[in-house]
Design a protein. Structure first.
Length: 255
């Protein structure tokens, strides 16, 4: 059977490089439904609630503020070590269409725990709609993806294997989801060390959350506690911030 060869686009080449970098990471996963009724009530009453991606980015970063292990990466150079970052750096998978092709690009947000939820949401929305040249992280990653293969491999090796550079290039955790497309349990892979994915909100006011992590960094018991704490943060700090942002305007009713 004779087919037609097709060139690999830059966004697809990025995914090829990303999958290659993820191959050696010993991932383990833990999933659990989180009960989020207080958060849902706060969202229902907010004039302009932040999107779910921003909600989970800030909530996980707030948990990581008190859990240093969630800001820890595995680094190989100059020798194998665990490297603790001073703050969280989120990497959010942004689905876009470029030149008629569906693709995914990573948006980087440093210290989301210190930003207003609305600002985290604005950065994510900007990455979804702005031209690639107007998003600094996109420009950076596409510039590296244009390099010839040997230089590309070298740049990835530096970004992956020095602890300090891991935060600059790949962040301390990733957030991804297919909830906007109908949901499903997404078992994503990245170079790590932590990947958070979430599903659609169920009728019993729960949302299914999956955390995948690099087993070299930590074990299952701490992640089980993290899921419990994440549920608490969503229903307290995040819900409180949504309420403080202002309620929906009340529409007048004719009598």
């Amino acid at each position: 059977m004779r087919g037609q060869p097709k060139n690999i686009s830059l966004p697809r080449r990025l995914i090829v490089d990303l999958m290659r970098a993820s191959m050696g990471v010993p991932f383990v996963s833990l999933s659990r439904p989180l009960y989020i009724r207080p958060l849902l009530e706060a969202r229902a009453g907010a004039a302009a609630p932040a999107g779910w991606a921003a909600t989970f980015v800030k909530a996980f970063a707030l948990v990581a503020k008190d859990e240093p292990i969630l800001r820890t990466v595995y680094a190989k150079w100059p020798w194998p070590m665990l490297y603790e970052l001073p703050k969280s750096v989120a990497s959010i998978a942004i689905a876009r269409i470029e030149d008629g092709e569906e693709c995914v690009l990573p948006q980087r947000i440093a210290a989301p725990e210190a930003l207003p939820l609305a600002e985290v949401d604005a950065l994510i929305r900007h990455a979804k709609t702005a031209p690639i040249k107007d998003v600094p992280m996109f420009r950076k990653i596409i510039r590296a993806t244009r390099l010839p293969l040997p230089l590309r491999r070298l740049s990835w090796a530096i970004g992956l294997n020095f602890g300090r550079q891991r935060g600059n290039w790949f962040g301390s955790f990733s957030v991804t989801s297919v909830a906007a497309y109908g949901g499903g349990e997404l078992q994503a892979i990245t170079p790590g060390p932590f990947i958070v994915s979430y599903g659609v909100v169920a009728s019993d006011q729960t949302v299914h959350v999956v955390i995948r992590w690099d087993h070299r960094v930590t074990d299952a018991a701490p992640i089980a506690r993290v899921l419990t704490r994440l549920e608490q943060v969503l229903n307290t700090e995040i819900a409180t911030e949504l309420r403080a942002a202002g309620p929906k305007p009340i529409r007048a009713v004719r009598t």
